[in-house]
Each structure stands twice: as C-alpha cells, then as structure tokens.
Design a protein around this ligand. Sequence first.
Ligand SMILES: Cc1cc2nc3c(=O)[nH]c(=O)nc-3n(C[C@H](O)[C@H](O)[C@H](O)COP(=O)(O)OP(=O)(O)OC[C@H]3O[C@@H](n4cnc5c(N)ncnc54)[C@H](O)[C@@H]3O)c2cc1C
Length: 506
Amino acid sequence: MNADLLVVGSGVAGCSAALAADDAGADVTLVTKATAPDDATSYWAQGGIAVSRGDPDAFREDVLAAGDGACDPAAVDTLVAAADDAVREVLIDRLGVPFDGDDEFDFGREAAHSENRILHVDAATGAAVLPRFLSHLRTETSVDVVEDTAALDLVTHEGRVHGALLESGGDVEPCVAGATLLATGGIGAAYGRTTNPPGATGDGVAMAALAGADVADMEYVQFHPTACVVDSEGANPAGDRPGTGDGEVPFLVSEAVRGEGAVLRDGDGERFMPDRHPDADLAPRDVVARAVRERREATGEVRLDVSGVAFAAEFPGLAERCREHGVDPDEGIPVAPAQHFLCGGIDVDRDGRASLDRLFAAGECARTGVHGANRLASTSLLEGLVFGRRAGRAAAGFDPEPVETPDLRDSDPALPERFAAEKFHRLRSTMSEHVGIERTPDGLRKAGAGLRRLKGEVDAYTRTRTARELYELRNATVCGLLVARAAAENDTSRGCHHLAAESHAD
Ligand SMILES: Cc1cc2nc3c(=O)[nH]c(=O)nc-3n(C[C@H](O)[C@H](O)[C@H](O)COP(=O)(O)OP(=O)(O)OC[C@H]3O[C@@H](n4cnc5c(N)ncnc54)[C@H](O)[C@@H]3O)c2cc1C
C-alpha cells in the first residue's frame, strides 16, 4: 500500500486532517483500528465544541487560565483565532451538524468558561459530528478510509518517517507514505477508571516516542470530576480486550450539567465546592476532581444534585443513560473522578510537525501547547478540528520514497491466553495507585520500576509476535512510563500534576 499521506486514526483530528489534505490534492489513506464510529473518543464527546463568538480575547484568557501558566500562548492564539471559521466551514457548512438552537444557537457553558460559548447537540455532540464526518469523507472526497486496521510501528529511515506497518486480520503489511500523520487519541486504557473507550491505548504517542520523536507535558493527565460510578469498588475485572477494566465508568456526566446549575454534595449531603474555589462547582477540572476525591474518601460518596436543573428535558441522553444503569437522578448521580484526557503528547509545532522529518500529529495524541497543565472544557474537539486541518494541509504534498521495510510476515499473530488481560491489569493498578490524580515522589519511583519491568516482559513478546493487543499493551505501557517519568521529573504541582504528601489509591 502506498499513499502521499497516511493518516492514522478516525476521530475528529484524523478526519479533519484527511479532509484538509484531500482538499489540497493529496492522495490520502486513512487507516483506523476502529470498526465503528464509537471506537473513537470523538464520538463520546458530550458537552460540545467551544467557539469565540467574535470575542477571541475572552476565550483566550479562559484557555490560558485553565492551563495554569503552562500553555503556549502562540498556540492558544491560533486556536481561538481559527475557532469560529473552522466550526462554520467544516462542521456547519460541509457536514451540516445540527447544533442546538432555533433561530439562534443555544450556547452552553462549562467549567472555567467566563461566557456561554459552547455549541452542542443535546449532550451527545460527538455522536452528531463523527458519523457525518466519516460519511462525508467516504462519499464526497477521494480519501481511502480503511477500517479495522491498526498501525503497529512507524517505518523510519535516517530520521525520516516513511509510513507505518499495518495489521489487519492478523496480516502485517507496510504502508509507504510521503508523510505520516498520527491522530490516535488518548491513553485512558492505561488507567483503572477512565472515561475513554477501550481502544485509547496511546498507540500514536508510543509509536512516535519509540521512533525517537519528542514528547512533552506527559505528566498533565486530566481527570474528569464527574464520571458516574455505579459500583464504586470497581468490581469489574480486566477483560479479554484492553478496556477500561477495573472500576468501569458507565458514563460521563458532562460539565454542562453543572453549567446549568447542578451542584456537588458529599456523603453528608453538604456542598463543598463553594469553600474551595470562587467559581464553586464550575472551578477548573483539576480543582473539582481533587475535591471530589477528598470528599469521597472522607464521607463515602459524592453525588451530583440535579434538582435545580430540568434534567430530563435539558439532557435527555444523560437521563436515558441513568435509566439504563439504574441511577435515579432525583437521588443525585453518584460520581467519582476518572482519567479523561492527555494534555501532553507528541510535541508538534502549530502545523502539526513533530521532531522527526515527515511525521505529523494532531488531536489528543499531539501536544500543541494549547492545554498547558489543564484543558479547558470543550476545547478538545476544537483542537482536533483546527490543528487537524493545519496539519493535514502541511502534510500534503510529499511523495512516497522507496524504503526498506521490516518484514514481520513470519511472526506469530497469536498471544498466550490472558497474557494481555493480566498485564493490562498490572499496568492499570500501577497507574491508578501511583500516577493518578495525586502523586508522591516515592509512588512515582515505584511506578517507574514496576512499569520498566512490565515493558521488559512485553518486549520479549513483541520480538516474535504481532497480535494487535500485544502492541496496544506495549503502547499503553510506554505511555504509562512516559507519564511516570515526566511526573517524577517535575517537582512543581501545577494543573493536573499534583504532588501530595502521601500516596492514595484512586
Ligand atoms: C466521555 C467523553 C466526553 C468528552 N466530551 C468532550 C466535549 O464535550 N468536548 C470536547 O471538546 N472534548 C470532549 N472530550 C474529549 C474529546 O472527545 C477527545 O479528546 C477528542 O475527541 C480526541 O479526538 P482525536 O481525534 O484526537 O482522537 P479519537 O477521537 O480518540 O480518535 C482516535 C482514533 O484513532 C484510532 N486509532 C488509535 N490507535 C490506532 C492505531 N494504532 N492504528 C489505527 N487506528 C488507531 C482509534 O480507533 C480512533 O478512531 C470528551 C472525552 C470523553 C471520553
């Protein structure tokens, strides 16, 4: 297989990049290990997509404040300046996403936004965007969309990336490409309790790092404060596929619900956020997540009180999820923090260029600098859209060059039974215990040692086997190591990276 541009990943970032490169005349192949739109996190996005509403300065200030002094201001400028046009040109004019509102849009509000500026479709925005995007690529462009196909490793030669080795149905073949753009999403599968879909195994970040590309800000892993938890003990054991595993999160309760007036109460029925932050329940995510965790430990549970919100009318999708999982919203929705988003990733410039020649990255796997130490709500779809387009344009126009590719055809596509499940369980336990919402130097040292051992055990198998789940396990472990290492090297608590006096299990 050959292409001018190989895009890996079919979330909002991969689709945006593929569309822009196709517009620029490139021959684009988009491969995805997904078999359905909901395998991508983009499908799961609830609250929506932020726009500037003609006031980029206010939007910029909110992004910078949430990022806690660690954003790249130039990247934030790019994001806010391009937001309104990108949303209109792609999502509204080309895809026809039916954002809520009659004559005028119904702009929502979420934590740490100073204004109502979030376009949404109920609280299921991703589900309204992604299937339209994929269908548009298939029917209105020349992009070749190839499903159920996983990139296992990048093909590199003398510092230049020439495509990737692709696994499909147990067979491994190279795709030689003029440029390669990673848009593989987040790393949630490395954690015990996550809001991410099971395929969020950090493949792009790990493949890039293993090929020698720079990564940055890996310690800034965002935890969402209000994941619904039906079984707070997390009785669900690791499954056969790398999944959310222990402490499974049935669904996320969007910040938009707090934006409409819902409040958090601890096990004694008391509100606690007004004492913690001037913005109370709408404080930045890291502040709310730590408070929720602390009150759960002190009082047994935290519930989201939605009595002040027309919940079923305003959030019919979430009301349905509550019914499905036996949660009565009138009694308050039981919530806990869960791993949600990677602020760091493959270090890229504002056109998505990574530190290796002809390697590009966009979306959650990329570190553009817009999120700093903590992402502002509803800016991730926007980041994928804006920077995905820029990266797609910049990556168009390279011809594939002849290159020798590794031959893995004789490798065994199988794995011993339970191998990946057992090791994923170890990985998630380590990450949740020591590299979670609060970290200690001692915990990070233990995590580093345990993860290095785990990586060694996994590497012994990747030498001779090509099972997709083995590579996913390797990638999630590499991401775990990168997070643990970056956290250990940063002794300043900031945003999502919080050093505590003692270690807690999460
Ligand atoms: C429950 C939930 C709610 C959220 N709500 C919002 C919101 O309201 N607004 C907002 O802005 N953000 C929200 N986010 C965050 C946002 O959805 C994600 O950060 C964003 O969609 C990531 O987009 P992406 O294109 O980078 O990755 P994804 O959408 O995750 O796509 C990654 C793609 O890469 C594929 N892939 C991965 N590895 C490989 C491989 N090795 N080979 C081939 N394909 C591969 C995957 O199958 C997938 O198709 C939410 C996240 C969650 C979990």
